[in-house]
Design a protein around this ligand. Sequence first.
Ligand SMILES: *Cc1c(COP(=O)(O)O)cnc(C)c1O
Length: 628
Amino acid sequence: MWKIEDAIELYGIERWGSGYFSVNRNGNLIVKPTKNDAQVIDLKNVVDSLVSKKINYPILFRFPQILESQIKTLNSAFSNSILEYKYNNTYQGIFPMKVNQRKEVIEEIVKSGKKYNMGLEVGTKAELLAALSFDLSNDALLICNGFKDDEYLHLALNAIKLSNKVVIIIDEFSETKRLLEIAKQLNVKPIIGIRAKLYSRGSGKWAESGGESSKFGLSTTEILECVKIISEYNMIDQLQVLHFHIGSQITEIRRIQKAVKEAARVYAKIKLKHINIKYFNIGGGLGIDYDGSKTSSDASANYTIQEYANNVVYSLKEVCDEENVTHPIILSESGRAISAYHSVLVINIKGNKNGDLNKRVELRGNEPHIITELYDAFKEINIKNYVEFYHDALLHREELLSLFNLGEIELEEKSMGEILFWQLCEKAIGFAKETENKSDDFDDLNKLLSKKYIGNFSVFQSVPDFWAIKQLFPVVPVSRNNEKPTEYGTIVDITCDSDGEIDKFVDLKDVKEILELHELNNGSYYLAVLLIGAYQDTIGDYHNLFGSANEAHIIVDESGGWHIKQIVNGDRNCDVLGYVKYNNSYLLSAFESEVNQAVKECGLSKSDAEDIMNNYKNVMNRYTYLDI
Ligand SMILES: *Cc1c(COP(=O)(O)O)cnc(C)c1O
């Protein structure tokens, strides 16, 4: 008997869900944005309610309370560690805007982060312009990273005149003099930071962001030179931040520990030169356990947030105490850890395909030899002979194709042979499972026999990191988790690109290439792609002109009920066309003149012309995805 617990185990929901996701008694995926068992959202109910409001899928769900909860978790983790290790200073979080610049997301982060003096980090002029629209708490920092031209520096320095606590990080040595010159001209005193290039590197996919060959950061020689130049400008009291960042999604805790120790030593040595560094900024890198394995594999992290905080605080304190310097304020720029859990993409499945498994073959008696052989094999295959019969069938299939190529059999016969071949394979797979045959043959066959579930979405727009770097994201049916999933499948999107397919799935021990899914019935079938709140929103692209998805922001209230806080419409066809420079009125007038020409020259009636024109205008204003 299939139980709810089996589904939870199969998809690993409670291993990667961090307390936010589970399945209820009805088999529906649930979300607990506050981790409180009395405040539960049944995702299937939300999905149905949006269907009744005629909001089309795919829909991106945001749960702003998850952002709040993650901010709380991170801050509590650091305050626990600070208490436990008797660290003599505080922690302040900084949200790096490149991880998710969406206004509603940053608004929530700023609001929930206020009591923790949470700040923002920007890497470009555009992000800085946006960040300056938010009202941070007085002690919160606005950190400027990235390549900086004079315009960027000017804008950042002007912000100081409005009493913002702006930190300008020297990421690159050549910025030093320009920064100091412009600050002198404008007569402002910025808080200056230095990004150190560490010998330590991260681990996982982003290991290249750290280490000696990293894109950013100052070498030891450059740091010394930089300190000298800052002193010459009489600004040495402004040098208050030591920063490093060894990459995102660091999968191994000991890498973090090593980097902190190395940077702590740099901090201490600078401090001993009587330079008043107050802040120690450990950058990003705090990983998310996407596959729930708690290992150092790419999709995971072998530590919790609390263990991360413990390692940072302990290692930093140890070095500071050894060097006899005061403990700095700890800053971290954890973006992924704050935002990954908060959004879930729900896609509707349009159907699935796997050729010929459901057809029946009836022999008439006059079939060519090859067909009767396949037919007999299909009838006689059993648990004892299936390996041999399967291998024979592979040969039969080759023969079928060569007979066809020689013109000796007809299309109908080719079709019969193919159907029999696949049905035989399906039986063989069944026996392979029964006998726990794990040979490569049957593994590959299993993949071949799996179905392609056609999802109404674009991988390129909504889960770009899956396409770009094969980053894994959990996928779970929104409902029917009280039924045993009897099919295997991958999820293809609706772009005309064979790369538009999710064909790698999280697994405790390995990466799965096919996912257990339910047989489609007459009802709708929805899948959720989870943990996509970090990086996916703006890395997504417009391949095939599928635009951003419709959004619904959902919150739970004190009484445990949920409501839709906001619906944000996704892109219409005219919107995405605008991005590639077809403006609306240009398209309408071009099409209109074609219609008019057809009226004049091809006898198109006035009323048909009007219908055609209205149809065009109507589609222009519709959602880019399938209306199913
Ligand atoms: C990208 C980036 C971050 C965010 O890293 P996460 O791993 O998402 O927390 C923080 N700091 C800097 C300098 C970055 O470039």
